[in-house]
Design a protein around this ligand. Structure first.
Ligand code: MCN
Ligand code: CUM
Length: 793
């Protein structure tokens, strides 16, 4: 089926073109930078050239004198307003504008408000900052050295760069299992610092109305309600006088969860000037200062019997959190959901320890389609299984098949306390192996290896397998909160007299197609065509409270809320229909779109007729309210656990180390699919991201802490040139606790694919005795690995 072929509009779940495409494909999206308000001024941020330096003085007089400058804000200005520091989402504080020191290259030092964007940027050049450079901490492995400079001397009593220690699993039991095992395979690996790099950078238009005192904040946020609460707490503004509007967003990928200093500066700029202030960062600012992802240094160990029954896994992680602990994740989970590192396997014991440290780099850490660090966990376990296969000399797919959890083991409580809701893992892996013709591929590989061994040139063939389980849909209120806000989400559904409906949601699309899929959920439940259902989101004045979109939680949480409100409306419709048909509600039966009298299908009323009657003078039964609407706050009983089996086939040029991804088969199970076309689009995107991370991407720094990836010339994004034509398969194992059986899908492929690509490259390099090499597997890295030379000291 070609992409342009029009899909019929379903009356519920099914392939359907996105409603939002009408505006996006014609260039009519409305992004933050499209917003122009009367009298609007423009802000620009002055950033630190140093990774670590004392600020001796900031002279803004020349900038103030610029004819088009309306305000220059420094850390000192903010300190006067008690706004120089703001809380992060991880119970730390972050400098809005630096007062004492700068702690990473690109950190915000001053903010200029001018009549136009160019003058604001020109005036930045006129600000004179005197710095006294300090030695930086660049390598996280030296952050806890005795003589390491203390980065966060702003925190009282701080004498080192330690942030937290966190552990999961049973250490003693794990030690027993390891001591008794025949084989223990160990490896050190780095999941490098990468960046979500959404197409649209971050920005805001802050508009404080001097008459009403109401602040309207148009901004790039994945979590409008959470941002509003933080603004209320930071700025001391009453929450009901803050409106956060997140219009169309040009990609988020986790980059737009946190609150950035530029947003706060735009608000202060508007307060000081009495005018709306727009701030939009450029690409370098986005790459250098906004939320990065990963940066996990991991030591993994896996224990097994000599015939390959995996018994235990243990892990030690050093987590580089940058200069401020600004990761966005549920409070009780300082390492995100890394606790699912036991993967998809039936094991006896597991233990992990994670230590978080400060370094002189930008803050962040949970972003880039990571499902709260499940990318790191899956990469770790999937690499370790391949390392074990290497040591045992067995086939990595067969080793996985032997150890995967079986369908009858669900619900399955992992050794670190996660209850996997449902799955049939062997079926998914078998499907992937069939799709790629696994045995045939191995035969081709053997043949090629023989040719290579005989001195005949030709590309090396590598086959990489990865299996993942994700935990998405945070989360149950009793376990999960962010800054004390529980992770339940609201939904409101109102059916108008003519049978058209409006659904209001707390989650926020960044390109995932919510206007379509959430309308489809209502359509499935009520039989109102999706085109007749308007989905409203991204405006705190118009939507119920909820924590927004990340961790692929929209479908698991807001999707469930939507199904619940639709069912509540359906039950109200039943009572109205019973009055219309003068029968007892118990005598009515539902079929999509109408209630009818049991045994008399002709005697029925459509949902549209019922909607009109609900608003009419029809006498309703005692206690039944008029109109047709409902609200819901959904507190998920558990997370949902999507899973998948990925197989990647690569060819490696033995002369240059260049990797070409020849084939990629992805079998995903996200439970019931609302819109299979959108699900496939999500998977395609995530697979491309996996190729990017595995082969091309890293946020590199030199020893002075200079950022070496501040543009797309150095920080590489995968394009269609680097990607094969993806081959997708699917299985459907509904989530037993979700009202429509759906699990999240928005990050699955990003989580699962890096390991598949890396495993494939290392499989190709097996004849060279390469057991592990770190991402990104650039031609230089591959070539050096082939010479037996590690990339890093
Ligand atoms: N869906 C479906 N059937 C399912 C599951 C999902 O049809 N069983 C649909 C959903 O209704 C939704 C889409 O697939 O339209 C993704 O749903 P979900 O898995 O619930 O994820 P979210 O909507 O919460 O999106 C968040 C997720 C995250 S955390 C990142 S990061 C990411 C991702 O989505 N960022 C994206 N995918 C992205 N896609 C785009 N285009 N842009 C981003 O910034
Ligand atoms: Cu970890 S990126 Mo998404 O959860 O917004």
């Amino acid at each position: 089926m070609t992409a342009i072929e029009k899909h019929p509009t379903p009356m519920g779940f099914g392939r359907m073109h996105r409603k939002e495409d009408v505006r996006f494909l014609r260039g009519h999206g409305n992004y933050v930078d499209d917003i122009v308000l009367p009298g609007m001024l423009h802000g620009a941020v002055l950033r630190s050239p140093h990774a670590h330096a004392k600020i001796l003085s900031v002279d803004t007089s020349a900038a103030q004198a610029h004819p088009k400058v309306r305000a220059v804000i420094t850390g000192e200005t903010l300190a006067g307003l008690d706004l120089a520091w703001m809380p992060t989402l991880s119970h730390d504080v972050q400098a809005v504008l630096a007062t004492d020191k700068v702690r990473f290259q690109g950190q915000e030092v001053a903010f200029v408000v001018a009549e136009d964007r160019y003058s604001a940027r020109d005036a930045l050049e006129l600000i004179d900052v005197e710095y006294e450079p300090l030695p930086p901490v660049v390598d996280a492995r030296h952050a806890l050295d005795e003589d390491a400079p203390v980065i966060r001397d702003d925190l009282e009593g701080r004498t080192d760069n330690h942030i937290f220690d966190w552990e999961a699993g049973d250490r003693a039991r794990t030690e027993e299992v390891f001591a008794a095992a025949d084989v223990v395979a160990a490896a050190d690996m780095i999941y490098p610092r990468v960046h979500p790099a959404p197409m649209e950078t971050c920005g805001a238009v802050a508009d404080l109305d001097p008459v009403t005192g109401k602040l309207t904040m148009y901004t790039t946020t994945q979590a409008p309600h959470a941002h509003r609460t933080v603004y209320a707490l930071v700025a001391g503004l009453p929450e009901h006088r803050i409106r956060v509007v997140s219009p169309d967003i040009g990609g988020g990928f986790g980059n737009k969860v946190g609150i950035y200093p530029g947003y706060v500066c735009a608000i202060v700029g508007s307060i000081l000037t009495g005018k709306p202030v727009k701030w939009m960062e450029d690409r370098s600012e986005n790459l250098m200062s906004t939320s990065f992802a990963r940066d996990y240094h991991m030591h993994g160990e896996i224990a097994s019997t000599k015939d390959g029954k995996i018994l235990g896994i243990r892990v030690k992680v050093l987590a580089d959190h940058g200069a401020f602990n600004g990761t966005a994740q549920p409070s009780k989970f300082p390492a995100g959901f890394f606790g699912v590192f036991t993967g998809s396997y039936d094991i006896e014991a597991a233990h992990c320890e994670v230590t978080g440290v400060y370094t002189n780099k930008a803050p962040g850490g949970v972003a880039y389609a990571c499902s709260f660090r499940i990318t790191e966990a899956v990469y770790l376990v999937e690499r370790m299984v391949d390392v074990l296969a290497y040591d045992l000399g067995v086939d990595p797919a067969h080793l996985r098949m032997r150890n995967l959890l079986r369908a009858e083991q669900f619900p399955y409580l992992t050794k670190t306390g996660w209850e996997y809701d449902s799955g049939d893992y062997p079926r998914a892996l078998r499907m992937a192996m069939d799709m790629v013709d696994y045995d045939e591929l191995r035969a081709e590989q053997a043949q090629r290896r023989e040719l290579n061994a005989n001195g005949e040139s030709g590309d090396l063939l590598g086959i990489g397998v990865a299996f993942f389980t994700e935990a998405v849909g945070a989360g149950p209120r009793k376990h999960m909160d962010i800054l004390g806000l529980g992770m339940a989400d609201g939904a409101e559904l109102r059916v108008h007299p003519t049978g058209k409906a409006v659904l209001r949601l707390s989650c926020q699309s960044q390109g995932q197609g919510h206007e379509t899929t959430f309308a489809q959920i209502v359509a499935e439940e009520l039989g109102i065509p999706p085109d007749d259902i308007d989905v409203v989101h991204g405006d705190t004045d118009q939507t119920p409270f909820g924590l927004g979109t990340y961790g692929s939680r929209s479908t698991p949480v807001s999707g469930a809320a939507t199904a619940v409100v639709a069912r509540r409306v359906r039950e109200r419709a039943r009572l109205v229909a019973s009055a219309m048909l003068e029968v007892s509600p118990d005598d009515l039966e539902w079929e999509k779109g109408r209630w009818f009298v049991k045994g008399d299908p002709e005697a029925g009323r459509s949902i549209q007729d019922i909607a009109m009657a609900a608003h009419s003078s029809l006498e309703l039964p005692e206690g039944v309210e008029g109109h047709l609407d409902a609200t819901c706050v959904y507190n998920p009983p558990n997370l949902t656990y999507p899973f998948g089996a990925y197989i990647c086939v690569v060819e490696v040029d033995a002369g240059t180390g260049q990797v070409r991804v020849r084939q990629f088969v992805a079998v995903d199970d996200c439970g019931v699919r609302i819109n299979p076309m959108i699900v496939e689009g999500q998977i395609h995107g995530g697979l491309a991201e996996g190729v990017g991370m595995a082969l091309m991407q890293v946020m590199a720094f030199d020893e002075d802490g200079n950022h070496l990836g501040g543009s797309f010339m150095d920080y590489l994004l995968p394009t269609s040139m680097e990607c094969p034509s993806w081959q997708l398969g699917e299985t459907v194992t509904p989530s037993p606790h979700h009202p429509i059986g759906a699990k999240g899908i928005g990050e699955s492929a990003t989580v699962g694919s890096p390991a598949a690509v890396v495993n494939a490259v290392l499989d190709a390099l097996k004849p060279y005795g390469v057991r592990h090499a770190d991402m990104p597997l650039t031609p230089a890295a591959v070539w050096r690995a082939m010479q037996g030379r590690p990339l890093r000291p």
